[in-house]
Design a protein around this ligand. Structure first.
Ligand code: PXL
Length: 269
């Protein structure tokens, strides 16, 4: 059995974070495990305001011990880490395991927010985890932050960011959200392996219910790598997976709507 782990926050509403990751792993037919870094809750009595409850370092360490030493993994991803301690712990487990297939989703914002959640963590993420990643999956905003430039506003900016991020140590860079660039009529993401740029395209979907899309993409990439796909194949399949996922997206309540985890299987179109 192929085994993968997500090291991420729990989204109590189920659409993003480790919940999205585990649902994605299940759709890929592989065995998923989760180390919880923090718990995110949303308040229906206060306009769905987010609160974040970090877990103790010892709790994260014990989970990583279970997963890495008690089971073993073919691939892993990280999502929201939430503290410097969590970043350093993850670094030490990844290094010790010499894990080749590690996907870094540099989650800095939840959808709708434009300020980084933990700006002080970004430098540490860059120094400690970026060089260990086989693929890093920033959205436009996160790509700008990682590269130390303005949020990309053109394909050329995206390429510039990808080059800088690659130089900082990520072996492959997959910048998502090209469909949000001004004037764009297709949803494209940019893949850079240090030599070539590839645009991965799909139709621009007419939905506002996109909660958890970033988590789902990076989980799908991780699953693809675990199944033996090469990085470009893994991102291409993940792009198709998330497109089906978003074609089946729906409102969960008046504030939020996730993709449909079974979108691929059910063939939403
Ligand atoms: O989509 C980013 C994200 C990642 N991880 C957790 C979240 C969210 C956004 O809500 O709650 C745990």
């Amino acid at each position: 059995m192929i085994k993968v782990a997500t090291i991420a926050g729990s989204d109590a509403s189920g659409g993003a974070g480790l919940e999205a990751d585990l649902k994605t792993f299940a759709e890929y037919g592989i065995y998923g495990m989760a180390a919880v870094t923090l718990i995110a809750t949303m308040d229906p009595d206060n306009d769905w305001a987010h609160a974040v409850y970090p877990l103790d370092e010892a709790v994260l360490r014990a989970q990583l011990h279970t997963i890495f030493h008690g089971v073993g993994v073919d691939a892993a991803k990280t999502g929201m880490l939430g503290s410097p301690e969590a970043i350093l712990l993850v670094e030490s487990f990844l290094r010790e395991a010499k894990l080749e297939r590690y996907v870094l989703d540099p989650v800095m914002v939840c959808k709708g927010a434009s300020e980084p959640l933990h700006p002080e963590l970004n430098t540490l993420l860059e120094e400690k985890l970026l060089p260990l990643s086989l693929i890093v999956t920033p959205n436009l905003f996160e790509a700008g932050q990682l590269a130390g430039i303005e949020t990309p506003a053109s394909i050329e900016d995206m390429k510039k960011a990808a080059k800088i991020i690659h130089k900082k140590g990520a072996r492959n860079v997959f910048i998502t959200g090209g469909g949000r660039l001004p004037g764009k009529t297709s949803a494209f993401d940019l893949f850079y392996d240090g030599t070539d740029f590839n645009q991965v395209e799909s139709a621009l979907l007419d939905t506002i219910w996109v909660h958890g899309a970033g988590c789902t993409v990076s989980a799908a990439i991780t699953a693809g790598l675990a199944l033996g796909l090469d990085p470009y194949e893994a991102v291409s399949r993940a792009k198709k997976f998330v497109t089906f996922n978003l074609r089946g997206s729906f409102p969960l309540n008046k504030w939020i709507g996730p993709g449909n985890p079974a979108g691929w299987r059910k063939g939403f179109n």
